[in-house]
Design a protein around this ligand. Structure first.
Ligand code: HEC
Length: 193
């Protein structure tokens, strides 16, 4: 009996050990876009294979005040994307599952006259803002995590580097005002209706 218990315990520890290791010996994370310390990377594949939730056209300057303007999204066209599985889960449950990623891609606005009329179209990519859902408070010591999400901002010129150091200064002041209790401006996304 004792031997069986020890064997079961040993096997359980082995499974735990296997579970925290991924190829290359790096500790596993709950998301392919988040490392073990909570550093977020910009998903490379979102535009081609993720679901497009909707687009905002922001044509005037920030109204939230100068202290929140620094890392705000700026004027432009803001396309928002999530993984197909996260969209499905949200539609079924009304909640963002752990690991859900929201990417806001901002482009400057260009204008043109086409046979349809005077059109607004996407110009240069200005940057990417990323939210990664974490309902468990996994990274309490990392200031880029708070209010149930990880928060990151990648400038158009430097998509490899998160330019936001503290979500409490850079993001949460505005997102707390969102109608979704999870801090998402859901009213802008036809795909969620
Ligand atoms: C000045 C207020 C303000 C600040 C600061 C701000 N946001 Fe937003 N964010 C908004 C608003 C309003 C929207 C929706 C409308 C839009 O795109 O303009 C939005 C949309 C988003 C979206 C699309 C999902 C959603 O919630 O609708 C993401 C992702 C996002 N923001 C991430 C961030 C991150 C990360 C930061 C900090 C680095 C940040 N935001 C800072 C106001 C803000």
């Amino acid at each position: 009996m004792k031997k069986t218990t020890a064997a079961v315990f040993g096997l359980a520890m082995l499974l735990v050990a296997l579970n925290v290791q991924v190829s290359g010996g790096k500790p596993a994370s709950f998301s392919p876009y988040v490392d073990a310390k909570g550093a977020i990377t910009l998903p490379a594949d979102f535009r081609g294979s993720w679901a497009h939730l909707g687009t905002w056209a922001l044509t005037s300057a920030v109204s939230a005040g100068p202290e929140l303007a620094a890392l705000s999204h700026g004027t432009g066209l803001h396309g928002v994307y999530t993984q197909p599985g996260s969209l499905k889960a949200y539609k079924q449950t009304g909640r963002w599952p752990d690991g859900a990623v929201l990417v806001l891609e901002a482009h400057s606005i260009r204008w043109d006259d086409l046979p349809t009329g005077h059109v607004m179209l996407a110009g240069e990519a200005a940057g990417w803002w990323v939210m990664v859902r974490d309902g468990k408070g996994r990274f309490k010591d990392n200031p880029t995590w708070g209010d149930g999400w990880g928060w990151a901002f990648f400038k158009g010129a430097n998509p490899g580097q998160n330019a936001s150091k503290d979500c409490r200064n850079d993001c949460l002041g505005c997102h707390a005002a969102a109608p979704d209790s999870a801090g998402v401006f859901v009213q802008g996304y036809p795909a969620l209706r």
